[in-house]
Design a protein around this ligand. Structure first.
Ligand SMILES: [Zn+2]
Length: 819
């Protein structure tokens, strides 16, 4: 989800505007990366690092597997060492509050933005204008009627082409950008993996894994005992490698990435919500907000503990007889259980060991045995890191119970869970499971790591050489190329009257669905074009489409290594340098709003093409190479419409993403083109099958269904330096954010369904680029096109400009091809 974890990123302080939601502040302690401010004296740093589920550099050992010994071979082995792990020292809400305050104070010291009242000084003056029309139709938030004219497409000047460089780069307009400089890089906060790895809980003799039994994944899974030292070693090595790799061996990370730790049987869907609330029961619960229905892997708590949306299931009593029960509503061969602790910043609660029982009728229960003894599984050591136990006793049953035996000594019985299992054919099954994937398109439905992604793009390119072109826009900090695919009837050329569109996915590396959807989309467009599907042929012929599936390839590789279930909620979100890309664009809002407040817009300060502040261009500014590459890309191509794809929620957000009142965490902050943006967001939200479903359950705690599954970004919560705001203020491109699914990294088995959910919306949204007015601005006497002409529309305080046409314009010389 964009927002929640966005907060985490924001606490790190680039941008330095002191905009925070309470959410953010709450998260500061846990990230372990909030800068000095967050390093509260009351808490040892190691402790915070260890418990920080969102710690971004926990290392490869973060997702923990335990494999309990399988039955007959080592019956003598008592499975588990269940001594309580060396826990963090007790923390009270009070001390955490103190931290939180500290974190905020520290960050606000960096604030570079002056106070401002939210006065919306509309300088609606007339401007040198070429075109006038009223294109605004007031509309309701949920389903605005299509505005009369939406996107102004300006492809100008048929001939001759304007000299390169005159078109897009805005001239420097005198302005004093926001005083603050980019904040310090949140480096050096790398939490140790040590506390996150299951050291010492030797559940498995080494020989056990050698005997296989779990298929190809067995070796990587190993036992907890042998694994711990390995994980530690890896962490150390990563640090060393980084120094070398950055300069000398940029391709190192791409080499032989470990296979994702996919399980032989898929998750039943506690996280993805395929399992419904009514399928979850418990022996007791503390209160409704901590009921069994909240005991889902990666569920996030609401703003305050104690409401209906707390971050997990908590038993109402503290004894070893408590359980969380799943009714699979059909026969399942249960193969594994994944647990996490409670998501909360006020309390620390997790289960350190549990038993598992099965039943077919909820009356007779059979324990999961390990040989002759009832198996006791080692569980969590912190609230966030998911821990997998592969069951030594695969059992076919309808019901499964997780039965906590011990828990963090200063906490109580709380957990979030996922259950792995394969459905057993059952002719008597009367329940239909929803979302049994029935893909209509035969696409490559799986998670593609960097190499596989590159390969797939190549295959598509070879299948459809006349309409596709692969290029890269630059490199990640670890040297992975950021690839894009262009799909158009004349790839490599900007054609007059043919608007440029882009989809960008993977700003947050762990939000993996968008990446796969864009790869699916490439395959789909290629194939359907070949088949002569008239809709696709028209789209490809009339549009220049750019698909960028992975803006943060380094982060993705981190999440991919841990796999869809064990990467947790935040692992892989940031770039390798720890930067959150969706907060890393230049803040142009502040300059614009300051100028507006002083009545300088648009005569002395532009209302569009706002220049990038100087501080942002300094070599030592905290700007990720990925961000620089994308900004450069935005400046090179005359994009007019875009969406960036995220995950973790089901909602479409539109700019502004940053609140105008600087101290507000949430505030409706519309752009001058609000009607268009709401239309665009609504197009996606109403055609997405998952969002549009009336029966869907809230992902976490926000109810976006009430507002048609769209929301103004700043009204959800403020994001300074977002890609959407930058696109809108610095270029002609209108861009929105799509949060694609509750689960950031859906299991591979969910991908066909997710494609079905999104296919129509992906196509329909692209087609919106043809809405509105388009045309060519010409010199009346010579008939030549005029590049960089400002087009203003009465009543809309945001102009756009014509581009240039002809060969050599957009993207000429950009085709780097695949290395
Ligand atoms: Zn995101």
């Amino acid at each position: 989800m964009e927002k929640r974890s966005g907060d985490v990123g924001r606490t790190r302080g680039w941008g330095g505007r002191g905009h925070r939601t309470s959410r953010t502040e709450r998260w500061v302690p846990r990230t372990g990366g909030g800068g000095e401010g967050a390093a509260a004296p009351s808490a040892p740093s190691a402790e915070r690092a260890g418990t920080g589920g969102t710690s971004r550099k926990r290392g490869p050992g973060a997702g923990v597997h335990h494999r309990a010994p399988c039955s007959p071979r080592s019956p003598r082995r008592s499975p588990l060492n269940l001594g309580p792990p060396s826990p963090p020292s007790p923390r009270t809400a009070g001390s955490r509050r103190a931290q939180r305050g500290g974190g905020r104070g520290g960050e606000e010291a960096e604030t570079g933005r002056g106070d401002r009242e939210g006065g919306e000084g509309r300088a609606g003056a007339e401007r040198s204008a070429a075109l006038r029309s009223s294109r605004r139709v007031p509309s309701r938030p949920a389903m605005p009627p299509p505005p009369l004219a939406l996107l102004l497409l300006f492809a100008a000047a048929a001939a001759p082409p304007a000299p390169p460089g005159t078109a897009i780069r805005p001239e420097a307009v005198g302005m004093g950008g926001p005083g603050g400089s980019a904040a310090t890089t949140p480096r050096g906060t790398a939490p140790t993996t040590a506390t996150a790895t299951p050291k010492g809980t030797a559940t498995t003799p080494t020989s056990r894994t050698e005997q296989g039994g779990a298929g190809n994944a067995a070796p990587t899974r190993g036992g907890a005992g042998p694994k711990a030292p390995a994980a530690r070693k890896k962490l150390v090595r990563v640090k060393v490698v980084r120094k070398k790799v950055v300069k000398k061996r940029p391709k190192a990370p791409a080499k032989s990435p470990p296979a994702p730790q996919e399980q032989p049987c898929p998750p039943l869907g506690l996280e993805s919500l395929r399992v419904q609330d009514s399928q979850l029961r418990s022996s007791s619960d503390k209160r409704y907000g901590l009921g069994a229905h909240r005991g889902r892997l990666n569920i996030q708590s609401g703003l305050y503990d104690g409401d209906f949306f707390d971050g997990g299931w908590c038993a109402g009593r503290e004894d070893a007889a408590q359980w969380l029960e799943l009714d699979a509503r059909r026969l399942i061969n249960f193969t594994g259980v994944i647990t996490q602790g409670l998501n909360s910043i006020w309390t620390y609660d997790w289960v350190t060991s549990y038993k598992v029982q099965f039943s077919n009728d909820t009356h007779a229960w059979q324990p999961c045995r390990n040989g002759s003894e009832e198996a006791v599984f080692p569980a969590n050591k912190d609230p966030e890191t998911p821990v997998l136990n592969v069951l030594p006793c695969p059992a076919v049953a309808r019901y499964i119970r997780i039965n906590p035996q011990s828990w963090f000594e200063n906490g109580t019985i709380c957990l979030r869970a996922e259950v792995l299992g394969c459905a057993v054919p059952d002719p008597n099954n009367i329940y239909q499971w929803p979302n049994e994937p029935v893909p209509t398109d035969k696409l490559d439905f799986r998670h593609h790591n960097y190499k596989e992604m590159r390969k797939l793009m190549k295959v598509v390119n070879e299948e459809c050489p006349t309409i596709t072109r692969i290029y890269n826009i630059g490199k990640s900090s670890r040297g992975l190329k950021i690839y894009a695919m262009e799909i158009s009837d004349n790839p490599g050329q900007h054609e007059v009257g043919e608007p440029e569109f882009r989809y960008v996915a993977g700003l947050h590396g762990n939000e993996a669905l968008g990446r796969e959807l864009l790869l699916n989309l490439m395959e789909y467009l290629c194939r359907e074009f070949q088949r002569g599907n008239p809709r696709v042929v028209r789209l490809v012929t009339d549009t220049r489409i750019h698909l960028l599936p992975s803006m943060n390839p380094d982060g993705y590789e981190t999440a991919y290594r841990l796999g869809s279930e064990l990467s947790g909620w935040a692992m892989g979100r940031w770039t390798y340098e720890g930067i959150d890309l969706n907060h890393n664009f230049a803040d142009l809002n502040t300059a614009l709003w300051d100028a507006e407040d002083n009545d300088l817009v648009p005569h002395e300060f532009p209302n569009h093409y706002i220049p990038i502040p100087e501080y942002y261009t300094f070599a030592n500014a905290t700007v990720a190479p990925e961000t620089r590459a994308v900004i450069d890309w935005m400046q090179r191509y005359p994009f007019v419409l875009s969406a960036n794809l995220h995950g973790g929620e089901l909602v479409v957000t539109y700019p502004f993403d940053m609140t105008r009142t600087y101290w507000k965490a949430q505030e409706l902050t519309p752009t001058a083109d609000d009607g268009v943006f709401r239309w665009l967001a609504t197009v996606y939200a109403t055609s997405n099958l998952a969002m549009a479903s009336e029966e869907r359950r809230l992902c976490h705690y926000d109810d976006f269904m009430r507002s048609g599954n769209i929301i103004n970004g700043a009204n959800w919560h403020t994001v300074p330096g977002s890609m959407n705001d930058f696109s809108y203020l610095h270029t002609n491109c209108f861009e929105i954010t799509v949060e694609l699914s509750c689960d950031k990294f859906p299991h591979v088995s969910e991908l066909p369904t997710e494609w079905e959910n999104n296919r129509e919306s992906l196509l329909l949204y692209m087609e919106q680029v043809h809405r509105g007015i388009k045309g060519v601005v010409r010199d009346e006497e010579t008939g030549e096109g005029i590049a960089n002409a400002i087009i203003a529309v009465d009543g809309i305080n945001h102009d756009v400009r014509t581009g240039t046409a002809g060969r050599g314009r957009a993207g000429g010389g950009d085709g780097v091809g695949m290395g």
